[in-house]
Design a protein around this ligand. Structure first.
Ligand code: SF4
Length: 58
């Protein structure tokens, strides 16, 4: 699976707090693709928790 962050991230930090192996948030979130497969459960949880729905898992 791949994960990307669409335009519109508000930098809230929720994804990093849920799944910090994959998401890092400074101004906006970035994704460490190398860790996605091993952490797919929390990646999905982060995507569901993003307040603006910009985390796309496909
Ligand atoms: S949870 Fe969504 S809005 Fe918040 S930092 Fe992560 S991608 Fe951005």
């Amino acid at each position: 699976m791949t994960v990307r962050i669409e335009d519109g991230c508000i930098g809230c930090g929720a994804c990093e707090s849920i799944c910090d192996a994959v998401f890092k948030v400074e101004d906006v979130a970035t994704v460490n693709e190398a860790e996605v497969e091993a952490n797919i459960d929390c990646v999905k949880e982060a995507a569901e928790s993003c307040p603006v729905g910009v985390i796309v898992v496909e």
